[in-house]
Design a binder for this molecule. Structure first.
Ligand code: ADP
Ligand code: MG
Length: 732
């Protein structure tokens, strides 16, 4: 029988490198050429309509139906001029992927004749009959309709497939017949509107001219790349996205020789082609580099408004997979494809900007601007302190569980890192602001001192603590614990909401002091002092990977929840329901639905992995071990026949016994896993079942993996059926 692994290795080692042609020498020539930007809209609309449309988009308002027809015509004309034959409402259901259903512009009018048509109504609303998308019971079958509604704040774009596939994609939200959100985008947009409402009064304490506040997001996407043939020879990668077995290579990342190293040529060609495709779609990719683990890389764009940045990331993840195929590569977006090596995250850099051009988390040039900066800085930390459990929930997934707390990524404990300079500033405020009264002289002094304590360019002065899940990095916070395959929407929805809630309280608290007679600045200082004091338990500057921190965090009352099945409970808590419904981000039933979907999804993921591991172990690993055992035994029999003494056969006998014994334990563990699953499958309640899977099934999977990985070390290489770690990671 042919060894699939050997033939996969042979293919992987002999790949040709694609030669990539760029559309033009300058990126600016083709950047966003497939995006229906405002500039392009202007070309296809009357001046008057253009003015109305651009103003509505700028202000974040909804577009009137009467104007929609003109926009639809403009979009259609542009899309057809680019070769598009179809359009689709592009949305982000709770599967975590993007969804689309294509319709053609072409409409037959009479025999043998037709025209290209696109209605304003169709632009505004679609009905993709998404009855099979997860809804968590929000839609009963008699109203099994989902609607997509146009989101004008994210521009339409054209996806190209091959030489002639061209589809106009219109970003939309996805809601049920009764108006409930069934996707990631609707709540994100609501949270964006909310934080704007909440932040504006605070900004206006300092800057009367600002009329808008918009959250910004710059994600950093980590991923692994491996050869397609090696990937296809690993059923665990194909089905589960991660290796369920495989002994670590003798050389891993210990030499740190991959991080920022020369990008291998085949990978370089891939990145080049992906960049061309991304840039044409307006995704402003800025950096590319090798990451820590062998075979691991990263892309990061210039940041954008949260909503658009999320769409760009979803689109990029899709492009990454498609372009990889052309290079006979496979992208692994899983948070932990290889045990024992660094996992992949998606750092979410987050800030707030105003329409007056201020980054609210960037230190300012005047004492006044710096108090504004500190206000937003402290409010964000306070939000994380008060709602750290919700933040933990926002990044919970079966994949990310392998990463959080695995001593290479931020732990499951949420804390905030702010660096030396700002720690000192916060101490200064704590010690110098008097809660009773503050005269103007004290205040002026403090303002100036603080201003002098904040370096002009914090960006270069913040020491980078790479172990922190939530770090201030000079002019933004970096939420580092987000998983690589995640849709950024939910962590961003939670962050916007909790900071919005805190800013709302801040406004009220400042007002209270003002009503008692304090001047505005005094009131602001007093509230800041109070918040800084309350934030202390969440601030941590040390090594987040250390065991001491886990102990210390427990003393501080911070949660350390390692399993998604349990972390999700925060989503469904009273506190969460109150917060989200108060600000109309989620209704209680929407949250319950989301909870159900997430729990079920988690349970199913573990179930699939467990089944697969059992099948692989039974049908591929044990047979390989048995074949090798046969060879060894035959050999011993023959050696005995030619007169080798028992004593001199001891080493081989030991090996035979060892393999035989391992086959025995492996078999026991497989049976135990099957019985365990049978028992748990009787549990009907989704969250009980997923918790049971987490508690009982995962330990068996770990045992089975250990047995298999031990066998990998002793079974002849000739018999091992699956590409090994060293092969997947180092053959390029
Ligand atoms: P690193 O964290 O790897 O050191 P940088 O600090 O250069 O990298 O930036 C990381 C990311 O932060 C980039 O994707 C960038 O777009 C994003 N970023 C920078 N400023 C902001 C901001 N104001 N809001 C959101 N993201 C930002
Ligand atoms: Mg980073």
């Amino acid at each position: 029988m042919e060894n699939t692994r050997k033939s996969a290795i042979a293919q992987a080692a002999n790949r040709e490198i694609r030669d990539i042609e760029r559309p033009s020498l300058k990126i600016s020539d083709y950047f966003a050429q497939n995006v229906f930007t405002l500039d392009k809209m202007r070309l296809f609309l009357s001046d008057e309509t253009y003015k109305i449309v651009s103003k509505t988009i700028e202000k974040g308002h909804k577009i009137d139906r009467s104007i929609a027809q003109q926009v639809a015509n403009a979009m259609k004309t542009w899309a057809i001029s680019k070769g598009a034959t179809h359009y689709t409402h592009w949305f982000q259901p709770l599967t975590g992927l993007t969804a689309e259903k294509h319709d053609t512009f072409f409409t037959p009018v009479s025999q043998g004749k037709g025209i290209e048509k696109f209605d304003g109504d169709t632009l505004i609303q679609g009905e993709p009959d998404g009855s099979s998308f997860p809804s968590g019971g929000l839609r009963t079958t008699h109203e099994a309709r989902g609607y997509t509604a146009w989101d004008p704040s994210s521009p339409a774009f054209i996806v190209e497939v091959g030489k002639s596939g061209r589809t106009l994609c219109i970003p939309t939200i996805f809601i049920s017949y009764g108006g409930s959100s069934m996707d990631f985008k609707a709540p994100l947009l609501k949270s964006q509107e909310f934080i704007e409402r909440a932040a504006l009064p605070v900004v206006n304490l300092f800057d009367r001219n600002a009329t808008r506040v918009i959250p910004t997001l710059g994600w950093e996407q980590e991923f692994f790349l491996i050869d397609e043939a090696l990937y296809n020879a690993r059923p665990d990668l194909v089905i589960a996205g991660r290796t369920l077995l495989g002994h670590g290579p003798s050389k891993g990342q210990q030499l740190d020789d991959h991080y920022f190293g020369t990008i291998p040529e085949r990978v370089y060609a891939y990145m080049l082609e992906l960049e061309v495709e991304s840039l044409k779609l307006g995704i402003p990719l800025k950096t590319r580099h090798n990451e820590v683990a062998p075979g691991q890389y990263e892309f990061a764009p210039v940041f954008d408004e949260v909503n658009r940045a999320v769409d760009q990331n979803q689109l990029l993840m899709d492009l990454m997979k498609r372009v990889a195929k052309r290079h006979k590569l496979q992208v692994l977006l899983h948070e932990k494809p290889f045990a024992g090596l660094n996992g992949s995250g998606k750092h979410n850099n987050w800030s707030l900007k105003t329409d007056t051009g201020t980054n609210l988390l960037s230190p300012g040039k005047t004492p006044r601007k710096n108090i504004q900066f500190l206000t937003f800085f402290v409010n964000t930390i306070k939000a994380v302190k008060d709602y750290s459990d919700l933040l933990r929930t926002s990044i919970a997934s079966a994949g990310n569980d392998h990463r959080l707390g695995a001593n290479e990524a931020p732990p499951a404990i949420i804390s905030v890192f702010i660096g030396d300079a700002l720690s000192k500033v916060l101490k200064e405020i704590m010690s110098r602001v008097s809660t009773n009264s503050m005269d103007d002289y004290d205040k002026m002094d403090l303002k100036l001192d603080i201003h002098n304590m904040i370096p002009d360019l914090l960006l270069d002065n913040t020491d980078r603590n790479r172990t922190s899940p939530f770090a201030f990095t000079g002019n933004k916070f970096e939420f580092r614990a987000v998983g690589s395959s995640a849709n950024c929407s939910f962590p961003m929805t939670v962050l916007n909401t909790i900071v919005g809630e805190t800013l709302t309280k801040f406004t009220a608290d400042v007002k209270k002091f003002q009503e008692k007679g304090d001047k505005k600045d005094t009131a602001i200082f007093k509230v800041l002092k109070k918040y800084i004091k309350e934030c202390q338990p969440i601030l941590f500057e040390g090594d987040n990977y250390s065991e001491e921190w886990a102990k210390e965090a427990e003393k501080r009352g911070l949660s350390n929840i390692r399993s998604t099945a349990y972390a999700l409970d925060f989503l469904n808590s009273k506190e969460s329901k109150k917060l989200f419904s108060k600000h109309e981000i989620f209704t209680e039933s929407e949250l319950e639905a989301r909870y159900e979907v997430s729990q079920e999804n988690y349970g199913l993921k573990i179930q699939i992995e467990a089944r697969l591991l059992g099948q692989i172990a039974t049908a591929q690993i044990i047979p390989a071990a048995v074949s090798y055992l046969n060879d060894l035994s035959d050999n011993v029999i023959k050696l005995k026949q030619v007169g080798i003494t028992k004593k001199n056969l001891a080493a081989q006998m030991k090996l035979i016994e060892y393999i035989n014994e391992k086959i025995g334990t492996l078999n026991d563990h497989i049976l135990a896993l099957i019985n365990c699953r049978k028992k748990l499958n009787k549990i009907e309640h989704a969250s009980k079942k997923s918790k049971a899977y987490s508690d009982e099934v995962i330990p068996y999977m770990q045992k089975i993996r250990r047995d298999i990985d031990k066998l990998e070390l002793v079974i002849s290489d000739e018999y091992w059926p699956f590409p090994k770690y060293r092969e997947m990671l180092f053959i390029k």
